[in-house]
Write a protein that binds this ligand. Structure first.
Ligand SMILES: [Cu+2]
Length: 187
């Protein structure tokens, strides 16, 4: 009877021990599986993060050659005095446009990136000669009436630079902006 009272020999007790052992094994197994899943998810997350880092890392811009066409267009010129009577007064001595004509470059804003090579072709369908001049870049081309001229320059620095026609009668009005973006803005 005393032997039967020994808990280690009690079948119920042993069954309980075995059940608990199985439960521990099952819990550990689940923990291991979930841990592995977690590691896998972590690895996937790390991979995604690396991808994101790569995507957001600074991109080295490769300078390009850009061919741009600009046309000289009349806005308020002598030839239009027949259409707009007020121009007669404007162009007369003492008038608002005495010794001046309003021409424009179309388009009047050009955007490039630092380091680009720019081939600019200026079309001049009218009679008056024009120039396309960027003083900061020591660049200037002349375009006779009824012709086109192409010139090339490399954009050395970022910023906004004025291009203009150097003909004195046109210079106050005939101009535009060359916008040069930094390399890091390219994508
Ligand atoms: Cu001009």
């Amino acid at each position: 009877m005393a032997a039967n009272m020994n808990p280690e020999r009690d079948p119920l007790f042993r069954a309980l021990i075995v059940t608990m052992a199985i439960a521990v094994v099952v819990v550990l197994a689940f923990d291991a599986i979930s841990h592995q899943t977690g590691v896998a998810a972590g690895a996937t997350g790390s991979g995604a993060q690396v991808t994101r880092n790569t995507a957001s890392a600074p991109v080295t811009y490769r300078p390009q050659t850009r061919s741009l066409v600009v046309t000289a267009v009349p806005m308020l010129v002598h030839e239009q005095a027949g259409f707009f009577d007020y121009l007669k007064g404007d162009f007369a001595k003492g008038g608002l446009l005495q010794d001046k004509e309003v021409w424009a470059f179309s388009p009047n804003t050009l955007t490039v990136y630092q380091g680009d090579t720019v081939n600019v072709t200026v079309f001049n369908p009218g009679d008056d000669p024009h120039t396309f001049t960027i003083a900061e870049m020591n660049f200037s081309i002349s375009v006779e009436g009824g012709s086109q001229t192409t010139g090339s320059f490399v954009v050395p620095k970022t910023g906004a630079f004025k291009f203009f026609c150097a003909v004195p009668e046109h210079m106050p009005y005939m101009w535009g902006s060359l916008v040069v973006l930094p390399d890091s803005a390219a994508s």
